[in-house]
Design a protein around this ligand. Structure first.
Ligand SMILES: Nc1ncnc2c1ncn2[C@@H]1O[C@H](COP(=O)(O)OP(=O)(O)O)[C@@H](O)[C@H]1O
Ligand SMILES: CSC[C@H]1O[C@H](OP(=O)(O)O)[C@H](O)[C@@H]1O
Length: 406
């Protein structure tokens, strides 16, 4: 196939045919474009007779959600395939296998995970995933520890940082998460019913200070290789398996940004309950499940990260200096809390929203969910540097749920 152009379904089939380890030569293949994200084309190619299939993901030279007026680098396909390969080595079984990367067509060919569901949809449908905290804490601990100065050769790490310089995708995050929600920006999008909330965000100096500090860390702290967009739409799940996809925002940044993303998206679902539950008891039970999952994620992450540090640490003084590990883990928790809050706020007033809340058809119920999400998000941002335990974050969510009335 020649130089870059967006593929059609037939061309996608022809490329997939080349994967002879997946498809029998001459097989009748079927192609469907299934991309529902903000940025890329995703083709599902299958051989219905044999039951074999794969995914072909192609970057477009612009942001699909906005159109050609928002050009976007094709290099993100390289970042995504390289990040998937790194994560696959560090967290085996928790990301799809990459079969092939084609730089010219900005194409990643990977394992089909259609037997899983996108976790955001699973949560909306009140699914429970008892192994999720175990799996995602392993993904986070392994990928973050072994790409940081604590767990890898520090000279090699600097070279890795260079490979994952991702300025255009980082700029999206810097704007959409750490700037636009706090000013009257053109990209913002919110229901008129909550204009008072949006305007309050634009005028809250205490909040702006904390957002500026979190933004500074996002801009400057090359702590570890992040997934960079770890929301529940980037996680495929079923009861016995968790698979992280879509790391095109990967770069070396502050670890708490990834952990905070997971927690923020569980809390967005927490705020949206009610509409998705049959009655008040079901709502309380599902919220308890979400809170328990958040608690478990942090506790398991903390234990696994410390254990990796004990067994595999490469940085002498950080392993022996009294109190350093506790200090590090506490700063990590504080970042997690601050970034979780930032990621909640952006999904209510910023450009890209979440189905958990936007798909609530009843305007009053949707407004309640939005106000609750903002209340939790703002409080987490304001309290981030005072956080001492995961219970502090849980307390913020629970007391907001009790005080923001429907
Ligand atoms: N490996 C995969 N297996 C099955 N479906 C996939 C896979 N990767 C992506 N998809 C489908 O394509 C959609 C968009 O993929 P995603 O990587 O999130 O794209 P974007 O970068 O545009 O957000 C997912 O929500 C999912 O439905
Ligand atoms: C203009 S991109 C907006 C938003 O979309 C990305 O998410 P996804 O690729 O999963 O659709 C990312 O969260 C960006 O901030």
């Amino acid at each position: 196939m020649s130089a870059y152009h967006p593929l059609n379904e037939q061309e996608a089939i022809e490329i997939a045919r080349g994967l002879e380890s997946i498809f029998t030569p001459g097989a009748h293949l079927v192609s469907r474009e299934i991309g529902d994200g903000n940025l890329n084309l995703v083709f599902h190619i299958s051989d219905p007779k044999e039951g074999s299939s794969l995914i072909l993901k192609q970057a477009l030279p612009y942001a699909k959600v906005v159109g050609e007026s928002w050009p976007l680098t094709l290099d993100r396909a390289r970042i995504e395939s390289e990040a998937l390969i790194q994560q696959g080595k560090l967290a085996p079984g928790l990301v799809p296998t990459v079969y092939k990367y084609d730089p010219e067509l900005a194409l990643t060919i990977m394992q089909d995970l259609s037997d899983h569901v996108i976790m955001r949809r699973g949560l909306i449908e009140s699914g429970r995933y008892p192994l999720f905290a175990e799996h995602i804490s392993t993904f986070l601990a392994n990928t973050l520890f072994f790409t940081s100065d604590l767990g890898m050769n520090q000279q090699s790490k600097k070279l890795r940082v260079r490979e994952f310089i991702n300025p255009e995708l980082c700029k999206i995050t810097e704007d959409l998460i750490f700037d636009h929600p706090y000013t009257d920006a053109d990209t913002n999008s919110f229901d008129e019913a909550i204009r008072d909330e949006a305007e309050a965000l634009w005028n809250d100096g205490e909040l702006h200070l904390e957002v500026a500090l979190l933004r500074e860390k996002f801009l400057t702290q090359a702590q570890a290789l992040l997934h960079g967009d770890l929301h529940t739409g980037s996680i495929f799940i079923k009861p016995d398996s968790t698979q992280v996809i879509d790391p095109e925002f990967a770069y070396y940044g502050p670890m708490g940004f990834d952990i905070g993303a997971v927690i923020a998206n569980l809390l967005l679902n927490f705020a949206a309950r009610g509409h998705w539950d049959s009655d008040e008891t079901a709502r309380q039970e599902y919220r308890s499940y979400l809170i328990e999952t958040i608690r478990e994620i942090w506790i398991k992450f903390d234990a696994k990260f410390r254990s990796l540090w004990e067994k595999n640490g490469v940085d002498r003084i950080s392993m022996t200096a009294p109190g350093y590990k506790d200090n590090y883990m506490n700063r990590l928790l504080q970042d997690t809390v601050g970034y979780a809050g930032s990621k909640m706020v952006r999904r209510i007033v910023g450009l890209a929203h979440v189905a958990d809340i936007d798909q609530i058809p009843d305007p009053a119920a949707r407004e309640h969910a939005q106000r609750l999400a903002l209340s939790i998000g703002k409080e987490l941002i304001k309290r981030n540097r005072k956080t001492a335990a995961i219970e502090d974050l849980i307390e913020v969510a629970q007391s907001a749920a009790a005080s923001v009335k429907a």
